[in-house]
Design a protein. Sequence first.
Length: 321
Amino acid sequence: MELASRLGSTHGGFTAGIVSGAGAGALWGLVFLAPELAKGFSPLQLTIGRYIAYGVISVGLIAPRWAMLRRSLAPGEWLTLSWLALTGNTAYYILLAAAVQIGGISMTSLVIGFLPVVVTIAGSRDRGAVPLRLLVPSLLLCAAGVFCIGWKAIAAPSSGDVTQQLVGLACAVGALASWAWFAVGNSRALSRTRTISAHEWSLLIGIATGVQALVLIPFSLAFEPVQHSAGDWANLAVVSIGIAVLASMVGNALWNRMSRLLPLTMVGQMILFETLFALFYGFIWEQRLPNILEIAAFGLVTACVLSCIAAHRGNRHGAAG
């Protein structure tokens, strides 16, 4: 009876983790649209706007619990929060926004789509991880899916010369490396920190990110033009607050919840939802239907996630037996 109860609880947590990961991906996909919605602003300005809003909202929400949380956090955890804020938010979004503006959404989606492979390999030795040999079909499907997503953009770029495409590609690769580092570090930090909820952890990262955004303001004022109309600034404020609430607040909270419910190898696969939703939002923005390669990509990426879920369920049931 006790074993049956434990297995039922584990199954419920596994399903809840997948749903949370899908929800986070749906909200994070919106960040690919932000550079287009506020196109007149630089990646640095977009980052400052988004994360100042994230920081201010985080301070307001965490204020009632601040005294208790401050006692719960060790000095080393503040350092962890700072580098997680840098790799998962500040540096990542500067590079992502630059990649979207220079190289386009398709190319950026291609590179970011490889995050599951990178994170899965990095977490293959963590506790509860599925052996890599069981994930080979899933990883191959993932590679095929993201190849289809970016083939048209790489083979025949719609705009910009080769140098511009290479710069955009370099920014996308930098964003990939930065967020992969965050995904692995954040999952491991959450597994060590059980006295703080996933939502509170997200708010603390938001505060650290807001401080970093404030530090970036002098650099933006010194090196970037501020000649925008009042309407442009109002548009940036709306986009920044919207992305801060939906992607940074709610999306991060869902992701942190999932990170506590699923092993790191499964966490890596959940990032694919961001790629899928980013493409879906892109089609709506461009007012077009997907082409054959993009339809194939949707099918391959979906099969990748289902294959990975099957591998984890099989491994878990084998361990329980």
